[in-house]
Design a binder for this molecule. Sequence first.
Ligand SMILES: NC(=O)c1ccc[n+]([C@@H]2O[C@H](COP(=O)([O-])OP(=O)(O)OC[C@H]3O[C@@H](n4cnc5c(N)ncnc54)[C@H](OP(=O)(O)O)[C@@H]3O)[C@@H](O)[C@H]2O)c1
Length: 283
Amino acid sequence: MMILKSQELSRALRAQIKERAALFRQSKGRSPSLAVILVGQDPASQVYVRNKVAACEEVGFKSAHHELPENTDKAELRSLIEGLNADPTVDGILVQLPLPKHLSSDEVISWISPSKDPDALTVENQGLLFVGRPRVAPCTPSGVIELLKHYKISMAGKNAVVIGRSQIVGKPMAQLLLMENATVTIAHSKTADLQAVTSQADILVVAAGRPKMIQSQHVKKGAVVIDVGIHRTATGLCGDVDLESLAGHALAVSPVPGGVGPMTITMLLMNTLKLAESSFPRG
Ligand SMILES: NC(=O)c1ccc[n+]([C@@H]2O[C@H](COP(=O)([O-])OP(=O)(O)OC[C@H]3O[C@@H](n4cnc5c(N)ncnc54)[C@H](OP(=O)(O)O)[C@@H]3O)[C@@H](O)[C@H]2O)c1
C-alpha cells in the first residue's frame, strides 16, 4: 500500500512560492503580505496562527498578526477588516475560525474583500468556484488535489466519494474533483447506507471529523483513500481513517500526520501569492 506523504511536495511548492515572492518583491517593491486575525485565546487556534505566520516568514511574505481580546465587538472587528481591505499593501486577510460565540463567522467573512480572501470562504469566491471559474479555492481541498496529482493518481472518469459537506472542506472538495472530471458523490451524516456508497469509490476522501471511522469494509479493494480528519488523542494524532486496517487492501492512503495537513498551509501561501500577483496595483 502506497503512503501518500506530502512533505516532499510541500517543500517543493514552498520553494516555488518563495521564488515567485522574490520576483514579486523585485518588480513591485514590496513582499506579498497576509494579515491574520485571531479573536480570543483558543490554544489550538493560537498554534495554527503561529504556524501560518512562521510559514509566511519562511517564504519571504510579510505577515501581520492581529490578536484581539475574546470580548471584541462586531464594530471593532469590522473596522479592522475594512482597514485591511482598504490597505493596498495587504494581499490576504485571514480570520482564524472558530470565532467566539457572540460573533457570526458568516457575517465576519462577508466583510472580507473577495479579492483578499485566500481561504476562499466569501460567497463570491465560493460562487466562482461553483461556476467553475475559481479565483482561488479553499486550501485543504486544493491541497488534496495537488497531492493526488503529485502521485499521478488520475481522477478523470473515476468514482470519487467525499464524506462531509462543510463549506470549508467537503463541498469545495467535491467541486474540485468534478473539475478534474471525476464522477462525484457526497456522503454525510444522513446518508442511509454509508458503506454501500463508500465501497463504490475509486477515490475516497474522508472529512467527517470522526476518529478512525473508515475501515477496510468501507473501502473498495485497490481504492485511493485521502484522510482529511485530524484528532488529538492520548497517543498522538490520528485521522478519520484506520490506516492499519487498509494494509493490503487499499492501493494508497494519506497518513495523519504528514498527509493532507501540511498541504493546507502550503495552499494558503499559494493562494495569497496568487491574490498578490493577480490584483496589483490595488487602489
Ligand atoms: N488537514 C487539515 O488541514 C484540515 C482542515 C480542515 C478540517 N480538517 C479536519 O477535517 C475534518 C472535517 O472538517 P470539517 O470542518 O469539514 O468538519 P465539519 O464542519 O464538522 O463537517 C463534517 C461533515 O462530516 C459529516 N459527517 C459527520 N459524521 C458523519 C458520519 N458518521 N457519516 C457520514 N458523514 C458524517 C457531517 O455531515 P452533516 O453535514 O450531515 O452534519 C459534515 O458534513 C475534521 O476532523 C477537521 O479537524 C483538517
